[in-house]
Ligand binder design. Structure first.
Ligand SMILES: [Zn+2]
Length: 351
């Protein structure tokens, strides 16, 4: 149990039920056990579950207050092109999600695996138009861009998750993904974007500092990747100063994913929270030691909850049930039979 206000700004749902619980009960248990003020679910329809993932997050918002959710675009077919089924272009999808009442947009489009599927161009016009709308509306975007540079190393080939090794020449390089992301930022300098996982800059914080300087609405989150915490540990005093200096630019999250279970979520939030708020020495990620940076009150509160509220709002947006019903009807044909069978009871219960 954490005895101060904390928002976990980065969670995912993959699936509806397991032997022990359904997705809502499982995250509610997590929230209650750890005393979290609010959570933010990030839908990633690009991964495998198409629009079901958005619908699931919207239903959760109906089930429990103080639940934020970021919706995601369904690319429907690969790579991204102008040739989309009528009325399902990415800008229309973006507007539908906002009408439903999502609090922002989550994109995995610059994670190298998805970037490849999308056609290796983050700034392709159909996607660029969405960035333009997001910037214009002041919508919050959580963008997963890049991955640890080790994921390109020959020596890591058999050590990363299947599909996450990028060294065979068919993916963009680590630097190319950075270049494309920074081109997007240059094209949309006021976009309210949070780059997930510290933008994988644990070893090159000066890169982040330069971006903070240039783009006033840019933040990062400290959702694991353990490698980031190894970098913090290796350079403990430097990063304590960095976190104080840039406390308005850092958000906290865990990447907790249903159905991993509360044991995992509780551990992740405990380590992440204690890293920010205490000077505890603890076993950290990948069994390496982690020492808390014990930030002063204001910097700590910025990171634990205030930055997220500042960017997304002090209250989650309300779900527009009619808009959600229209969305379900419109995209139903994209769902697998399994997904639809799993979705139906939750629709009946919450909508
Ligand atoms: Zn994530």
């Amino acid at each position: 149990m954490i005895n101060e206000k904390v928002i976990d700004t980065h969670l995912h749902v993959e699936g509806w039920t397991n032997e022990e619980s359904n997705f809502v009960d499982c995250f509610e248990q997590y929230r209650n056990e750890m005393g979290l003020y609010a959570i933010n679910l990030c839908a990633v329809p690009t991964v495998q579950r198409n629009v079901c993932n958005n619908i699931q997050c919207a239903l959760y918002k109906l089930a429990h207050e103080n639940t934020y959710a970021h919706g995601g675009l369904d690319h429907i077919k690969w790579p991204i092109s102008e040739d989309m089924p009528a009325g399902m272009d990415l800008v229309t999808q973006y507007r539908e999600l906002m009408e439903i009442g999502f609090d922002g947009i989550k994109m995995l489009e610059a994670k190298p695996s998805h970037h490849k599927k999308n056609g290796l161009d983050l700034n392709t016009p159909p996607l660029d138009r969405v960035f333009a709308e997001i910037e214009r509306d002041g919508t919050h975007l959580i963008l997963h861009s890049n991955d640890p540079e080790e994921f390109w190393y020959e020596s890591m080939k058999d050590q990363v998750k299947p599909g996450w090794w990028y060294g065979d020449g068919t993916y963009a390089t680590h630097e190319q993904v950075y270049e494309q992301t920074e081109k997007m930022l240059a094209n949309h300098p006021n976009i309210k974007v949070t780059l997930a996982h510290f933008y994988f800059c644990g070893k090159r914080p000066e890169k982040l500092e330069a971006l903070f300087e240039k783009y006033p609405n840019l933040c990062v989150d400290i959702t694991q990747g353990g490698e980031m915490y190894h970098a913090f540990e290796a350079n403990h005093d430097f990063f304590r100063d960095f976190f104080i200096k840039h406390s308005k630019r850092i958000l906290l999250g865990t990447d907790s994913t249903y159905p991993w279970g509360t044991n995992v979520y509780n551990w992740l939030i405990d380590r992440t929270y204690r890293f920010v708020a205490t000077d505890d020495k603890m076993s950290g990620f990948g069994d390496k030691e982690l020492t808390g940076i014990k930030l002063p009150t204001e910097a700590r509160e910025d990171i634990l909850w205030r930055n997220f509220e500042r960017r997304v709002g002090e209250k989650p947006r309300e779900i527009n049930k009619d808009a959600l019903r229209r969305y379900i009807e419109k995209y139903k044909h994209l769902m697998s039979e399994d997904e639809w069978t799993n979705l139906k009871p939750s629709i009946d219960k919450y909508l």
